[in-house]
Design a protein around this ligand. Structure first.
Ligand SMILES: *[C@@H]1O[C@H](CO)[C@@H](O)[C@H](O)[C@H]1NC(C)=O
Ligand SMILES: *[C@@H]1O[C@H](CO)[C@@H](O)[C@H](O)[C@H]1NC(C)=O
Length: 288
C-alpha cells in the first residue's frame, strides 16, 4: 500500500529535492525545523579557546555538554556521543549571545523551548555562550566546523551538515514548501512513475532505473541502499495542492524544480540541470 512521507524540501542552491530532516525533535514530534536559522560554526580543534566536553549526539543531532554526565535523548535513552568531536564553546561578547546550557537535557539552547527531558529547558546555572553565526566573528569561523543550525521548534543547536549540495556546503531550504512523496507501489490505474529512490549520501531523490545511478555531489554515484521506492505523478495537469514543473535531470538523475532557472548540477561543466527527455512531475505540498 502506498503511504505518504513529508519533510522533503527544495534546495535554493541546486534546485534539487532532498530529504530535509533526519533527527527527531522533542517539540514537533517530527524532525528539527531549521527554517530561518543562520549557520553556526563550532570548533573542535584541541587548541581552540573556551570550554570543551560539548559533544554531538548522533541520534538527535544536538550539541550537549558531557562534563556532568550525558543527558537524556528524545530519540531514546541517553545521547549517543560516541564518534563526536570534542567541541569548544566560548563565553565572550563576540558572536551571537546568549546561548544557554539546559541543566535537564544538557543541550545548548537559545530560548526555553521544549526540553528532551520533558517540560521546558532550564537555564539556571548556565554560562552565557557566544556562537559564531554566518561567519562572524571570523576568528571563530576560521577554526570551526559550520553547518550547525538552530531548530526553532526545540531551540537547540543541531548539526545539519549531513546533506550535501552540488553548489557547495549544505542545502538551503529556507523558502521551500513541505513536499510529501508517495512510497510504495502506485495504486492500480495510477499513472505515477515508480523507480525514484533516496540517496543515503546526499539525501537527494534520484531516478534509479537509468543505466547509471547518476553522479552524487558527495562523490561517486548515488547510493540507494535501504531506500523505499517512490512513485511520482508525471502526466496531466497538477491536482489540487500539487505543484508541477518538477523535472528529471539526465545528467545527475536527480529531481529538480525547473520553474526557477536551472540550479546547479554536479555533473554539468556549465552548471545547470537539464530537463531534456523529462516528464513534467507534480508534487504534493502540505503545510510546513
Ligand atoms: C536550578 O534550580 C532548581 C530549582 O530552584 C534547583 O533544584 C537546581 O539544582 C538548579 N540547578 C542548577 C544547575 O543550578
Ligand atoms: C508542465 O506543465 C505546465 C502546465 O501545467 C507547463 O506550464 C509547463 O510548460 C510544463 N512543462 C513541461 C516540461 O512540459
Amino acid at each position: 500500500m502506498a503511504t505518504g512521507q513529508p519533510s522533503w524540501k527544495w534546495c535554493s542552491k541546486c534546485a534539487c529535492l532532498f530529504f530535509g530532516g533526519n533527527a527527531v525533535c522533542a517539540a514537533a514530534g517530527g524532525v528539527h525545523d531549521h527554517l530561518g536559522s543562520g549557520t553556526y560554526t563550532v570548533s573542535y580543534k584541541s587548541d581552540a579557546p573556551g570550554q570543551n566536553q560539548w559533544k554531538w549526539c548522533k541520534k538527535c543531532q544536538v550539541l550537549s555538554f558531557t562534563g556532568d554526565g550525558v543527558g537524556p535523548c528524545h530519540a531514546g535513552g541517553q545521547h549517543d556521543v560516541s564518534g563526536s568531536g570534542d567541541y569548544h564553546l566560548v563565553q565572550d561578547s563576540e558572536g551571537q549571545t546568549p546561548w544557554n546550557w539546559c541543566n535537564k537535557c544538557q543541550g545548548l539552547a537559545w530560548q526555553p523551548g521544549v526540553c528532551q527531558a520533558g517540560g521546558a529547558h532550564a537555564f539556571n546555572g548556565s554560562g552565557r555562550y557566544s556562537i559564531c553565526i554566518n561567519g562572524n566573528p571570523r576568528a571563530q569561523a576560521n577554526i570551526g566546523q559550520d553547518q550547525w543550525r538552530w531548530c526553532k521548534a526545540c531551540q537547540l543547536l543541531c548539526y545539519d551538515g549531513i546533506n550535501s549540495c552540488a553548489a557547495g556546503g549544505a542545502h538551503i531550504s529556507a523558502g521551500s514548501g513541505n513536499y510529501e512523496l508517495t512510497m510504495g507501489a502506485p495504486a492500480s490505474g495510477s499513472t505515477a512513475q515508480p523507480g525514484w529512490k533516496w540517496c543515503t549520501k546526499c539525501y537527494g531523490l534520484a531516478y534509479s532505473k537509468s543505466a547509471s545511478d547518476g553522479v552524487c555531489p558527495r562523490g561517486g554515484t548515488h547510493n540507494h541502499d535501504g531506500s523505499a521506492d517512490y512513485a511520482l505523478p508525471s502526466s496531466g495537469a497538477p491536482a489540487d495542492g500539487e505543484q508541477d514543473k518538477w523535472a528529471w535531470c539526465n545528467q545527475c538523475q536527480q529531481l529538480w524544480y525547473s520553474g526557477n532557472g536551472a540550479g546547479r548540477c554536479c555533473q554539468s561543466p556549465t552548471g545547470g540541470h537539464s530537463k531534456d527527455g523529462s516528464g513534467n512531475y507534480s508534487l504534493k505540498m502540505i503545510p510546513n
